[in-house]
Design a protein around this ligand. Structure first.
Ligand code: SAM
Length: 339
């Protein structure tokens, strides 16, 4: 979608010529799960409520980003469904000219009750994170009960009109890699798409090379059983490598962030719930937008700060797999940055 239009003078372009058109917007830093791979074991300090961007502030920034060529805004967190009055925010964001796509990534725990109001507010696409279909494993990884709640949430979302729901599965060797076929069967049964995500290292999340499962290995296991059909990428910047099993519903795909990094085609910026703009998930640097916003910055001032953050975007994240000393990821925590 972003290649259809030549960059305008307002466009956000980084030092490597990548045009940044995709904003991942964290609406809260709080989460109702404590996934072991997402946050340090000792937990994370939460931001004070008054530091969290208000809807008017998000609206103003989103309009500014849209004016600078951003066409896709993903709602994320923390857990976005914990943000009060989220349908109101969806209504505001869908009304912004230029924003053509507004998906959300959620853990689905609160989806059963929230799907319909969000759909009615104009949300069209959902990614639901679910790493295991087994109760005991779900409790072990999230420190909470209930794949059942998430599955009911997905069903309710389908009844509310969400189509092509994507289920995100972080594959961890020795934990859930024996569930690959269960997820393919689930995709077929419920007509959802499954995306297997490579396990990435973040501060204190227990990442190890032994637990890392490269996507090729998972794909080989699947191709040993099924003659799968590769599917063309919907957009050149879409990181997923997608496939389908003939005669089965639902696609499956891989986000191979480590073994086949997609940095060269990256179009993303991330705005944390407290208004810090981060050029890359794997980079500690961020630029504060909330302070200037609250102390009277003009749109031109804010646009300068946004361009400054884009300018800091690194060419590629470190090659964690090549680093025999182990990944250096201090200060980088998925849940607080916004996944
Ligand atoms: N709470 C929401 C959810 O669970 O989808 C949104 C935030 S969560 C941080 C966004 C995504 O990041 C989830 O799909 C989660 O599985 C993924 N994620 C978190 N830590 C990860 C890691 N270490 N490696 C790969 N993906 C990770």
């Amino acid at each position: 979608m972003e290649t259809r239009h030549p960059p305008t003078p307002e466009a956000i372009v980084d030092r490597f010529g990548r045009r940044l058109v995709y904003l991942r917007l964290s609406v809260t830093d709080r989460c109702n799960l404590q996934c072991a791979y997402c946050r340090p074991a000792e937990g994370v300090a939460h931001v004070d409520r008054e530091e969290i961007l208000r809807f008017e502030e998000i609206d103003r920034l989103a309009r500014l980003f849209a004016g600078m060529g951003v066409t896709k805004v993903r709602l994320t967190g923390g857990e976005p469904l914990l943000r009060r009055r989220l349908p109101e925010l969806v209504r505001r964001l869908t009304a912004i000219p230029g924003i053509r796509s507004l998906p959300m990534t959620t853990n689905g725990i609160l989806l059963e009750e929230s799907a319909r109001p969000l759909r009615e507010a104009g949300l069209e696409r959902l990614n639901v994170s679910l790493d295991t279909l087994r109760e005991d494993r779900f409790e072990a990884i999230t420190r909470s009960s209930g794949p059942g709640r998430v599955l009911r949430g997905i069903e309710e979302a389908q009844r509310a009109g969400f189509q092509q729901i994507k289920v995100n599965v972080v594959l961890i060797r020795g934990f859930n890699d024996d569930e690959v076929f269960d997820f393919l069967a689930y995709a077929d049964a419920r007509d959802v798409n499954v995306r297997f995500i490579e396990f990435m290292p973040f501060e204190g999340n227990g990442w190890s090379r032994e637990q890392f499962l490269p996507y090729r290995e998972a794909l080989e296991r699947i191709t040993a059983r099924f003659a799968v059909e590769p599917l063309p990428r919907e957009h050149s910047s879409d990181p997923a490598l997608e496939f389908r099993v003939p005669k089965q519903r639902g696609r499956f795909g891989f986000i191979a962030s480590l073994s086949e990094s997609f940095c060269a085609a990256c179009t993303r910026l991330r705005l944390s719930a407290d208004g810090r703009l981060r050029p890359c998930l794997h980079q500690e640097t961020s630029v504060d937008l909330k302070g200037p916003l609250r102390s009277g910055a003009t749109d031109a001032d804010l646009a300068r700060l946004i361009r400054g953050a884009a300018h800091l975007k690194q060419e590629a994240h470190p090659d964690y797999l090549a680093d025999l000393a182990g990944p250096q990821v201090s200060g980088i925590t998925m849940t607080t940055i916004g996944g």
